[in-house]
Design a protein around this ligand. Structure first.
Ligand SMILES: [Zn+2]
Length: 310
């Protein structure tokens, strides 16, 4: 893995969320790599959460407030770890992931601005350095999905030598959705992709593989990354096997090969196949809306068939 990196929330179409970025953090801060990129600021308000700590295997949660190890959100992260590992056949974690959980957005923002003054404000971060794999988040309305997303980044980087950016974000977007009964459909992504397809958009994994910095990624790129991850994990056994074989190669220090080339060799017309797969998300969107207490017919059309006109 690079000396340090950070990944944040993607831009959202509707919700007040974040543009993700992935940079050489120390370089961004103008610090030498060994000086401790994550050294916190000196203001009292800029302290990391440290009053309470919960440890579950290689998950460490440090918080401003008391939180028990049987708190549903902590247990959920523990379960998520097992699910990510079993789904992707990851090797055992080589390093722990430390989650810093601030009591509110103000405390979080004060710390992030003091510790990482050159970074933009974001709702949550995963920051990996040689010293620590860290998640920063605050206890707010979207803490559940924030923690699931960022902790997935942590698990991938704790287990693999390489994590290509598009796959890093695609899998984090995939696992942040907890509604397995709704086929893990991200409503915003499914609807955004349907609109893109209706407007003639074509997926291009080769282009996605060229992305090296999350600041290059637009919302449509996150949606495409999510779609490829969902497609490979769920569309067919052969797609899942292809992805799992690739994940195994990412355990090696050798630079990862192109997954796009491999998919092209084994899947005739993969772009058309993904586009057709996107058109199947409609039922999952309806179930996801019901599970969220929304009217499943609130907006229309939710999903249009591949190639359909608006
Ligand atoms: Zn992310």
């Amino acid at each position: 893995m690079p000396p340090s990196l950070f990944v944040a929330r993607p831009p959202a179409a509707r919700l007040p969320t974040w543009v993700g970025v992935r940079l050489a953090l120390c370089a961004a801060l103008g610090l030498p790599l060994i000086s401790g990129c994550a050294t916190p600021g000196t203001q009292a308000a800029a302290r990391l959460p440290s009053r309470h700590q919960v440890r579950l295997d290689r998950l460490v949660v440090k918080s401003d407030f008391s939180i028990s190890d049987d708190d549903p959100r902590i247990r959920e992260l523990h379960d998520l770890r097992d699910e990510v590992r079993s789904t992707l056949l990851l090797p055992p974690q080589r390093r722990p992931v430390v989650v810093y959980l601030f009591q509110d957005e103000d405390r979080y923002s004060q710390y992030m601005q003091a510790a990482f003054p050159n970074l933009p404000q974001r709702r949550a971060f995963f920051i990996g350095t040689p010293g620590e794999l860290s998640v920063y988040a605050f206890w707010g309305e979207q803490v559940r999905e924030d923690l699931r997303h960022e902790y997935t980044h942590g698990l991938l980087h704790a287990s693999l030598e390489h994590v290509p950016l598009w796959l890093d974000e695609g899998l984090a977007e995939y696992f942040e959705v907890a509604t397995q009964d709704a086929a893990r459909i991200n409503i915003d992504h499914a609807e955004g992709l349907a609109t893109m397809v209706a407007n003639g958009w074509q997926p291009d994994l080769k282009r996605m593989e060229q992305l090296e910095d999350v600041s290059e990624m637009q919302r449509a790129d996150y949606q495409e990354a999510w779609a490829w991850a969902h497609f490979l994990l769920s569309e067919s056994d052969s797609g899942r096997e292809l992805l799992l074989a690739y994940m195994e190669e990412l355990q090696s220090p050798a630079p990862p090969p192109s997954l796009a080339d491999r998919i092209k060799a084994e899947f005739p017309s993969p772009e058309e196949r993904l586009t057709a797969y996107i058109s199947t998300f409609g039922a999952g969107v309806g179930r996801a809306r019901v599970m969220l207490g929304q009217d499943p017919d609130a907006e229309e059309p939710l999903i249009q068939p591949a190639g359909a006109s608006q």
